[in-house]
Design a protein around this ligand. Structure first.
Ligand code: PMP
Length: 429
């Protein structure tokens, strides 16, 4: 706000308020050059940007990948939380160990066993503030500015934001319908290493990739690990959706047979509740010390009360039954979305058919940029995330992500029906 504008507003604002605004404006300018170089690399997340828009009444949001929490036993959970504070408040509200509580880490081993990781021990685990924080710690521990991180194309926008904030060079490897293409991974690594680049890790979401819904095929899993091992590159395996498979056969995580090569990241955000911000990293023994120290330096300790609530949930509730409920719910929603796409989408559009997770990835013909279509879709009463958000380059993209997790089947059908004419018009243009 300029001085003149402030003076003009003087009739309506008290003098102290004007002083405060002027001081803030001057300070903002004065401190501009104090930002780190890193701060300039922290980019806005398209997903967070549309979060508020998505809340507008009347809009159908196929944008955010929020879990559908309505099926949680909220009243009972409230009683459990109150009981933890009443009976164990001096522990629950106190600082705890940096690695997380022993009880929760022991229970996390059982959660991972349900996925096929049978050799995890509590001492191999650090509890983190969501798996987002586990990604951040990994990048902090392994990457110098200019180092290379490999990602699938497309990949999770939150991970891209983390990597870019550490001034890492993010290089993409293409996927096909069966996930990351091993030959392309191998060729990319060879080219980068020949160019003298320092590749630190491959970040991969092998199950129901966010945003594409694609799953890495069984016969490619060991190939991917072997390629990385031969090139001396770690793997950061991000598996928040693994237990939410509603079609097809479960596949072993990359970590299961490769304990020395993979940092595995899990989360209670999709199988329980994201607001608790409880995730974890299962870290190979030879990397643990520095990883744990770095995690502690970020959060001191993961939230004690929330850990105790998750522990009580895993101990006293039917968490496997709840996951089965989620699976049924997301299957119904996914199938509603696929049916609606089949009915309403233009014939030149194609889309993925996920076997789990939250997302369908729609591809329009080459040359169509989905970013400018977002406002038109909002005007038509539906929200999606444009594909560009899921690439490091932010280059125009003919893709878009639709989330089916948080919206009931009728609203999904209506949302796709609203979206179709917007896409059809853009294709015809
Ligand atoms: N990884 C992926 C692939 C995700 O989709 C998300 C959340 N959308 C996260 C990590 C972050 O999860 P958390 O809430 O555990 O930080």
């Amino acid at each position: 706000m300029t001085h003149e504008t402030l003076n003009a507003a003087a009739g309506t604002l008290p003098a102290e308020a004007i002083d405060a605004i002027e001081r803030a404006a001057t300070s903002a300018h004065r401190h501009e050059d104090l930002f780190s170089e890193r701060a300039a690399h922290i980019r806005q997340s398209a997903v967070r940007d549309v979060f508020d828009i998505s809340m507008r009444p009347g809009l159908i949001s196929l944008a955010g990948g929020s879990p559908y929490l309505q099926s949680l036993p909220l009243e009972r959970l409230g009683t459990t939380a109150a009981k933890i504070i009443a009976e164990d408040g001096l522990t629950a509200l106190q600082y705890g160990g940096g690695q997380g509580t022993e009880e929760l880490r022991t229970q996390i081993c059982a959660v991972m066993a349900a996925e096929g990781i049978l050799d995890a021990r509590p001492q191999n685990i650090v509890v983190t503030a969501g798996s987002q924080s586990a990604q951040d710690v990994a990048t902090k521990v392994f990457c110098n500015p200019g180092d290379v991180v490999l990602v699938e194309n497309p990949t999770y926008v939150g991970a891209l934001n983390t990597f870019e904030a550490y001034q890492v060079q993010v290089e993409t490897v293409e996927m096909d319908g069966a996930g990351l293409v091993p030959e392309l991974l191998e060729a990319k690594i060879a080219a980068l290493q020949t160019a003298g680049k320092n590749i630190k890790f491959l970040y991969t979401i092998p199950n129901f990739n966010n945003p594409s819904g694609i799953t890495l095929a069984r016969d490619r899993r060991q190939q991917v690990v072997d390629i990385c091992r031969n090139a001396n590159i770690l793997i950061l395996e991000d598996n928040p959706y693994g237990l939410l498979r509603f079609d097809g056969q479960p596949l072993e995580p990359l970590r299961a047979a490769n304990p020395a090569d993979v940092i595995y990241m899990g989360s209670f955000s999709k199988i329980f509740a994201p607001g608790l911000r409880i995730g974890w990293a299962l870290v190979p023994e030879h990397l643990q010390r520095r990883y744990y120290l770095a995690s502690e330096a970020v959060t001191l300790c993961p939230p004690t009360l929330n850990q105790m609530l998750v522990s009580a949930y895993l101990r006293d509730y039917d968490w496997k039954g709840q996951i089965a409920t989620y699976r049924g719910l997301y299957a119904e929603r996914c199938h509603a979305m696929l049916a609606a796409l089949k009915e309403h989408m233009p014939s030149s559009a194609s889309w993925t058919s996920p076997e789990g997770g939250f997302f369908v990835w729609v591809t329009l013909p080459d040359g169509v940029d989905t970013y400018p279509l977002l406002q038109k879709a909002i005007d038509a009463g539906v929200v999606f995330i444009p594909g560009a958000a899921f690439t490091p380059s932010d280059e125009p993209s003919n893709k878009l992500r639709l989330a089916f997790s948080a919206v009931d089947p009728d609203a999904i059908t209506e949302g796709v029906r609203r979206l179709a004419p917007v896409l059809r018009e853009a294709i015809a243009a």
